[in-house]
Design a protein around this ligand. Structure first.
Ligand SMILES: Nc1ncnc2c1ncn2[C@@H]1O[C@H](COP(=O)(O)OP(=O)(O)OP(=O)(O)O)[C@@H](O)[C@H]1O
Length: 365
């Protein structure tokens, strides 16, 4: 029996990517179609490193071939991943960096930095290349959370210009103002100086090829937020909040800022942190200390996805203080961060598919 490539592609064009709502052929997700006798093989290129829909897509492909090409064909489906990229906000793309994701919170102390550090680890564990900028210029916490308190990044010279090499820890490329100042040094910079430091993290750092560059922003709304969107194209923003009323009111202001015309960054979703307290010895017991489902309702009322609900557990705080984010373990907490990372990666892919892809432009700052 001889099958043609056209027959196979036609069959696969009946299979929809469930999130992106377009067929696999239109989305350029099929490559390396090969046939030999009764055997048909091809590769599906997924848009996120650990697509939760992998098995569904695979079985739908096999079914489509059996239905539209031959019921007897032996089908071999290989899977790879290539994270997508698209210009969304106004700034230029950073060469080599596919997606820049801003992590914000309205109120301080809701766990934005903790969520960022753990997301970076969880995305790395999924197989993505991840970078992290600690843009909380006035209170950098990444050196502690990644056990890098006394570390200084190295500098190289290229064409007479000095470039900082981000520090690599646990597979994540990191840059923080904390690497450049002593830990006991209080930052008394004015807004423009802080903005200029952030710009330098983009222009003077040698970032490698990255799927996701996470930006841990200072709490609230500030010059830094505006500088970020003017300096680079931001794929989207995440809002971290606790379920508490006062935190939600601030989160609402933060989310509103991303939707203002001069910022205009898509909101990828909400993370409800400290969603409930769980004691170590009674992991099934949930105590809703800060209220129940506040983050979920906040996401619903703003018509954005709820990316995840992270419990308040002693281990998350301890791991952060010990410089080894909880997502590095193999337990239920790490599982919660893995699910969060998968959902975020999925939302980025959806956003990129709907955004108008544009040519990459060299950054000049
Ligand atoms: N889910 C959690 N379970 C337990 N402790 C947590 C959790 N999330 C955050 N924490 C702890 O709460 C404190 C505040 O967290 P974090 O520094 O991440 O907040 P933040 O929003 O980044 O703060 P800031 O406004 O200062 O930037 C830290 O001590 C951290 O270890």
């Amino acid at each position: 029996m001889i099958f043609t490539k056209e027959q196979i592609l036609k069959a696969l064009s009946t299979v929809q990517e469930p999130d992106l709502k377009k067929d696999l052929v239109t989305l350029n997700m099929i490559k390396d179609v090969q046939t030999e006798g009764n055997k048909i093989s091809f590769t599906v290129v997924l848009t996120t490193p650990a697509c939760p829909l992998k098995e569904l897509i695979k079985s739908s492909c096999i079914e489509a071939i059996h239905q539209h090409v031959s019921a007897d064909a032996k089908v071999e489906v290989h899977m790879t991943a290539d994270v997508t990229s698209a210009r969304t906000s106004a700034g230029p793309m950073l060469p080599g960096v596919k997606n820049i994701i801003a992590i914000s919170s309205g109120k301080g102390g809701v766990g934005k930095s903790t969520v960022t550090a753990n997301l970076a680890i969880a995305l790395t564990k999924l197989g993505a290349k991840v970078g992290l900028i600690d843009a909380d210029i006035f209170g950098p916490s990444m050196p502690t959370m990644f056990d890098l308190e006394d570390v200084r990044p190295s500098v190289i010279q290229e064409n007479g210009k000095n470039f900082i090499i981000p520090v690599k820890q646990y597979g994540v490329e990191l840059m923080s103002i904390g690497f450049l100042t002593p830990p006991d040094h209080a930052m008394v910079w004015r807004g423009p100086m802080a903005s200029s430091a952030l710009k330098q993290f983009f222009s003077d750092c040698k970032w490698g090829e990255l799927d996701y560059l996470l930006i841990d922003l200072p709490p609230g709304t500030s010059d830094i937020h505006l500088t970020l969107v003017q300096t680079v194209s931001v794929t989207g923003a995440i809002v971290v909040t606790t379920p508490q009323k006062v935190a939600l009111a601030d989160a609402q202001r933060g989310l509103g800022m991303f939707r203002q015309p001069q910022i205009n960054v898509p909101v990828l979703g909400v993370v409800e942190n400290m969603a409930y307290f769980t004691p170590l010895e009674l992991p099934d017991n949930k105590y809703f200390i800060f209220g129940e489902n506040g983050g979920r309702e906040f996401a619903e009322s703003n018509n954005v996805p709820l990316l995840g609900q992270i419990p308040l557990v002693q281990g998350i705080r301890e791991c952060g203080d010990n410089g080894k984010p909880a997502a590095m373990q193999n337990d239920v907490i790490a599982e919660a961060f893995r699910e969060l990372a998968e959902t975020l990666a999925q939302q980025v892919a959806i956003r990129n598919a709907s955004a108008e892809a544009t040519k990459r432009v060299e950054i000049k700052v």
